[in-house]
Design a protein around this ligand. Structure first.
Ligand code: PGA
Length: 248
């Protein structure tokens, strides 16, 4: 069976103490897991969680970062600061960033290139709204987000990047795309990638699915040919709900 990449996005939840407690619990329960696992706590808890996961198989992720290395950018966190803490992955272009904070493809692309430059693995999130899907614009929206997000990304570093398909209407709503629907979009993303980089790189790209992934739908979703893992929000906030997704 293929190795899956399961990532937990803790969003704006948990104090430092709560984050450390969950990270310790996950290290204890997932230490021997064969899957690739990442957790992304809030910025404020990164340093403390870094100390917990250091030397374990759990990767440390950030939920966002600024588009510049340093400078007068009030409120931003830079790639250099993340690197300094031992962060190995950064979630970029999450739909909450795109929609609530108006991040556009150009800005997200800048962050993707910066993360790659510094050896941090970007998880580039793409996804359509319900309105876009119902208007028949699914492929054009996803295609644009993938092409623009990857602008300037060299074929040689493509394997260092992950794509997460997260239909906006399925995030935090309890609604999931059917495994078949999700797989079809993943296949479409591979088609776009094949057009940009060729069949080989498109086939080996890791594409996660996100949007109300739970223990009871993980098996079916992860069994689909084009789905290589999950980006989990709500269910990643407790070991009881996250561990069964990793070990479905
Ligand atoms: P959810 O969030 O699992 O709570 O739907 C997924 C995400 O936003 O990454």
């Amino acid at each position: 069976m293929k190795q899956l990449y399961i990532a937990g996005n803790w969003k704006m939840h948990k104090t430092v103490a709560e984050s450390v407690a969950l990270a310790k619990d996950l290290v204890a329960k997932l230490g021997a897991s064969g899957q690739k696992v990442m957790i992304a706590p809030a910025f404020t808890a990164l340093a403390s969680v870094a100390a917990v996961v250091k030397g374990t198989k759990i990767r440390l992720g950030a939920q966002n970062m600024g588009p510049e290395e340093q400078g007068a950018h009030t409120g931003e966190v830079s790639v250099l600061m993340l690197k300094d803490l031992g962060v190995s992955t950064v979630i970029l272009g999450h739909s909450e960033r795109r929609h609530s904070y108006k991040e556009d493809d150009g800005l997200i692309n800048k962050k993707v290139l910066l993360a790659l430059k510094h050896g941090i693995e970007p998880i580039l999130c793409v996804g359509e709204t319900l309105e876009e899907r119902e208007a028949g614009r699914l492929e054009s929206v996803i295609g644009t987000q993938v092409r623009e997000g990857l602008k300037g990304v060299d074929a040689a570093v493509l394997a260092k990047l992950v794509i997460a398909y997260e239909p906006v209407w399925a995030i935090g709503t309890g609604k999931t795309a059917t495994p078949q629907d999700a797989d079809a979009v993943h296949a479409y993303i591979r088609k776009v990638l094949a057009g940009l980089y060729g069949e080989g790189p498109a086939k080996s790209m890791c594409i996660q699915y996100g949007g109300s992934v739970k223990a009871d739908n993980a098996k079916e979703l992860m069994g689909m040919a084009n789905i290589d893992g999950a980006l989990v929000g709500g269910a990643s906030l407790k070991a009881e709900t996250f561990v069964p997704i990793v070990e479905f």
